[in-house]
Design a protein around this ligand. Sequence first.
Ligand SMILES: Nc1nc2c(ncn2[C@@H]2O[C@H](COP(=O)(O)OP(=O)(O)OP(=O)(O)O)[C@@H](O)[C@H]2O)c(=O)[nH]1
Ligand SMILES: [Mg+2]
Length: 252
Amino acid sequence: MSRKKAVRGKAATSSPSAGSPAGKGTGKSARGSPGIVQMNGVVHPSRPSISNSSEFYDIAFKVMLVGDSGVGKTCLLVRFKDGAFLAGSFISTVGIDFRNKVLNIDGVKVKLQIWDTAGQERFRSVTHAYYRDAHALLLLYDVTNKSSFDNIQAWLTEIHEYAQQDVVLMLLGNKADATHDRVVKREDGERLAKEFGVPFMETSARSGLNVELAFTAVAKELKHRSMKDPNEKFKLHEYVNKEMKGTGCCRS
Ligand SMILES: Nc1nc2c(ncn2[C@@H]2O[C@H](COP(=O)(O)OP(=O)(O)OP(=O)(O)O)[C@@H](O)[C@H]2O)c(=O)[nH]1
Ligand SMILES: [Mg+2]
């Protein structure tokens, strides 16, 4: 059942025409990155080809990480992809970058092509060009940085303007490990998420808290939507609330 896909590796690009989700100008597919064709909002491998088995997949989706500079988007992606934490000096992302990871979701190989955007204002126009091709967005703030939380509303406005109407959206309060520096309570994140009707969890790229869960939940929702199996009931909010691990007194 599993097939293989041709996109791999990293790409630092400054416009959607170079190996981007939009893929315009690559000449390699009607829409999507090289080797990918998009049907009914789902990306499928265009044809099998020879490569290592880790690249085989059944369905593929594009997920974008967005949020202010320094909230931990790159670290979250590295934690998810490599299981490691990027300690040391902060290297701000320039433009946009992507990594692939294939997850086994209930026997289906779901490939996530995860786009790591630059949070800095000067790259905003680059990011805008990628929104429309995203199937899911993980919107991050930093629990130790109040302004990153206050800016969530502006990010949501931007998302509504540029992303697909049915994009899967999740709010993440990152750096939950940083107990002493915390300035945004978990309850504040929960309240904001409720107000906008989006699933929410706190994460930590440093400790790994909920990192796998955030991506798995999104993959499950996207798979569910694309397969439309009437026997399979999946509710993203319920799944997240059931599986989420917390840092507070009452969740373990
Ligand atoms: N304590 C703690 N620090 C983190 C965590 N995630 C990221 N950091 C630190 O926060 C800083 C910024 O992390 P990045 O992942 O580079 O931030 P970013 O959102 O990608 O920033 P831009 O690329 O500029 O948009 C780095 O110094 C990281 O080490 C976390 O979960 N906990
Ligand atoms: Mg970054």
